[in-house]
Design a protein around this ligand. Structure first.
Ligand code: GH3
Ligand code: MG
Ligand code: MG
Ligand code: MG
Length: 336
């Protein structure tokens, strides 16, 4: 290609109305060390509606890909600094660029040369000088592949996003399943599981474990006097009051209407009693402020440890019996 023939090619490019406008515009990187060729093919490709970036050689092309990866590359073979084959090899080293469609432009069509180009990672080749019609036809074929790959990639991304959302909502559901909606405390289901676990740990290690049943006194009266809504509010406040007084190692759960359980690993009745009394007094001495009303609420506590018992259920049952005993003894007290 001399400059005269390039000029006439350019003019004919301008004269021809683009027969088949590109439906799917490509971002193309055009790599050639010959400025005239770059100009010519840039004009041709832009006329078909593609956007074109150019580079002088393989090294410049790599920089250009780094800055803004194209969908398709048309690269000359013979170039100073880094030739088309080396450029191709470098490009394919980055997995992010595996899907870029690469044409190698070559004057040498020996079988070995073509095989070398494909092995370096080229998708197709164009013979020099490039025939504009052949280029257009090959581009359409490349477009179909690029378009398909991009649609696939989008599907994959959507699927991935969907899976992530599913995992997240699954996690939320699992958390919800063991959380009490009103107080945000772990619920009865969680308590049963946790009690089994702590029992097993304690048994294996030959350590004590105790549990407390905590029940608000005369709570029905709060509902009857102020209504259920204020009752709910008061219940939440008692829950957070209990939580404030909790030790780190212990677990507070809401197990029923106005009933809570505290699991205390590594504590027997003696240690548990001191702690239960602290909890009871914390609630009794701190008035609950619900809807502007200052309420004095108290709790009764039944306490049992694992000494001499066969199962966590037996321990819970014993704590329950002692809670009733605490109610019978006048409430606002702890029974072991
Ligand atoms: P005591 O335990 O001292 O024997 O008397 P109590 O009045 O607390 O006991 P009882 O078991 O007779 O009644 C518990 C009441 O707690 C019944 C119900 O009105 C109330 N309650 C239970 N769960 C909730 C709740 O989620 N919200 C509200 N507002 N009230 C609740
Ligand atoms: Mg060259
Ligand atoms: Mg009660
Ligand atoms: Mg009750």
């Amino acid at each position: 290609l001399n400059s005269a023939s390039i000029a006439s090619e350019l003019m004919s490019v301008d004269a021809q109305p683009s027969v088949q406008p590109a439906i799917f515009k490509l971002h193309i990187l055009l790599v050639d060390d010959d400025r005239a060729i770059r100009l010519l093919y840039k004009a041709l490709l832009e006329k078909s509606g593609h956007s074109v970036t150019t580079a002088n050689n393989g090294r410049e092309a790599l920089e250009s890909v780094k800055a803004s990866p194209p969908q398709l590359i048309i690269s000359d073979w013979m170039m100073p600094e880094m030739d088309g084959i080396e450029f191709c090899r470098e490009l394919r080293k980055n997995p992010d660029w595996h899907r870029i469609y690469v044409f190698i432009v070559t004057a040498q069509e020996s079988t070995e040369k073509l095989i070398e180009a494909f092995e370096a990672g080229a998708n197709d080749y164009l013979s020099k000088p490039i025939n504009p019609k052949v280029l257009a036809a090959r581009l359409r074929s490349a477009q179909r592949i690029v378009q398909m790959q991009e649609a696939q990639e989008e599907d994959r991304l959507q699927l991935r996003q969907f899976a992530d959302e599913l995992a997240l909502s699954n996690k939320r559901l699992q958390a919800l399943a063991v959380t009490d909606a009103l107080t945000g405390l772990p619920n009865r289901r969680y308590m049963m599981e946790r009690l089994e676990q702590e029992w097993a740990l304690a048994t294996r290690a030959g350590r004590p474990v105790c549990c407390m049943m905590v029940d608000i006194d005369h709570f029905k009266m709060i509902n009857d006097t102020y209504g259920h809504q204020l009752g709910d509010e008061a219940l939440k406040l008692v829950a957070s009051s209990l939580q404030q007084a909790m030790r780190k190692q212990d677990v507070l759960c809401r197990v029923g209407g106005e009933e809570f359980m505290v699991i205390c690993p590594d504590s027997d009745n003696k240690a548990g009693f001191i702690y239960a009394e602290r909890l009871r007094q914390h609630v009794a001495f701190q008035p609950v402020l619900a809807s502007g009303k200052s309420l004095r609420l108290t709790v009764s506590i039944g306490l049992a440890d694992n000494a001499g018992l066969a199962s966590p259920e037996a321990m819970m049952h014993q704590a329950d019996l002692r809670l009733y005993a605490a109610k019978a003894a006048g409430r606002n007290c702890t029974i072991i």
